[in-house]
Design a protein around this ligand. Structure first.
Ligand SMILES: O=C(O)CCC(=O)C(=O)O
Length: 254
């Protein structure tokens, strides 16, 4: 290699719960390779489901038992324990079939892979959406009076995967916005805190649980799924939102 020529290679280290098949990504400027990133390929992951989770996948369109937590005057989160039956069935299907990839996020003057894998299906519902996800989107749209037409999913492979404190990028520019998160797989901590700091509210969504953040939540509050040192199995979060967001990437699933 001759100067001026910078090559950075970042490799994922093997984790307890999954096998890494490295994919090398290079960043080039003209003829020079500026760097490369090795992203994790689709797992398989060791994972054990729950007794009830293997039922057929069905959400509860009546939203019976949903509870609203008022975070402040304008922000709230609805919690629907066990809203989705058959969470393990959907988890296994998404884990196996989704083209998971590590998105790259800017970090100072370079980009790094997000410490989780993701996929986005584009605006829908479309034939590429699993029918149970379309059913969830329809139920949410009917209840909240807005079309939940944007579907994404995140895979937290183990306790070292996480998402840092954030409000949804574009939604936080809106006075009021809705984000639904359906949890599958391992129960992980889900935290909410006022933007700018303050005591956090801790939720531990179990497989099949629904969270809907609403009102000013994306603007005046932030949420996170923190890392954990405990040896935990994988978790998938299915996210449904109204409206394609400006700056969304191209769909990963056509
Ligand atoms: O995985 C979760 O529960 C949260 C997902 C999330 O906040 C996001 O993707 O913006």
């Amino acid at each position: 290699m001759e100067p001026p020529y910078l090559s950075i290679t970042v490799r994922s280290t093997p984790r307890r719960f999954h096998r890494i098949d490295p994919i090398e990504r290079s960043f080039e400027y003209g003829a020079a390779v500026l760097g490369s990133i090795t992203a994790a390929a689709p797992p398989p992951l060791a994972w054990q489901g729950t007794l009830l989770g293997a039922a057929p996948v069905a959400c509860d369109p009546s939203f019976a038992g949903i509870e609203r937590i008022h975070l402040d005057d304008g922000a709230w989160v609805d919690v629907g324990k066990g809203w989705l039956a058959g969470a393990d069935t959907l988890f296994a299907r998404l884990l196996a079939e989704v083209p998971w990839k590590a998105r790259e996020v800017p970090m100072y003057d370079h980009v790094v892979p997000e410490p989780r894998l993701s996929a986005w299906w584009g605006t829908g519902p479309s034939p590429s959406w699993p029918e149970e996800v379309t059913a969830m989107a329809t139920a949410l749209s009917d209840r909240y009076g807005a079309a939940f037409d944007s579907f994404g999913a995140n895979l937290y492979r183990d306790g070292t995967d996480s998402v840092a404190w954030h409000g949804d990028r574009v939604l936080r520019e809106q006075d009021s916005a809705l984000v639904a998160v359906i949890s599958l797989g391992t129960t992980r901590r889900f935290l909410l805190r006022p933007t700018g700091g303050g005591p956090s509210v801790r939720l531990d969504p179990a497989p099949g649980d629904l969270l809907v953040m609403g009102g000013s939540c994306q603007r005046t509050w932030q949420h996170a799924v923190p890392k954990t040192g405990r040896p935990v199995g994988p978790r998938i979060s299915v996210t449904l939102r109204p409206g394609r967001r400006r700056g969304d990437p191209e769909p990963d699933v056509a």
